[in-house]
Design a protein around this ligand. Sequence first.
Ligand code: ZN
Length: 150
Amino acid sequence: MDLEGLYQEIILDHYKHPRGKGELTSPLAEVHHVNPTCGDEITVQIATDPAGHLLVGYQGLGCSISQASASVMSELVNGNSIEVAETARAAFVDMMHAQGSGEPNEEILGDGIAFAGVAKYPARVKCALLPWMALRDAQIQANLAESEEG
Ligand code: ZN
C-alpha cells in the first residue's frame, strides 16, 4: 500500500471509530463551529482534570475528513497539558497550510500525519481544521489558552 492509501486508511478508521467522542459532565466552555462550504459541524467542550490537564469532549457531523480530524484532535489533546495541546495544534495547522510539502512531525502529530495528503486540497483543509479552530476557541473562552498568537 502506498503512503496516500495508508493515510486514507487511517482517516477512515478514525471516521468509523471516533476516539473520545462524547459530552463532558461539567464543561468550562462549549463552542459550536460550522464549515458551511462542506456542511461540517462540530461542538467542542473543554474542562480540566485536577492535575490541570485538558479534557475535551466533542460531537459532530459531516464529512469523513472533519470527523476524523476531531477524533485525532481528541487523541492528541485529551488528558494532556495545555502546552502539549498547543504544540499539537500548531503542528497540525502548519501541516495543513504547507500544501503537501514539508515534513510533518509524527512524534507530535501521531495519526494526524495522515492529513498531510489532505493539505493539497484547499477545500478539504477547512474540514480538517474545523475541530482545531473550535478547540482554540473553546480554550480561549475557558481561559485555558497558553498565549495569544495568530
Ligand atoms: Zn468537510
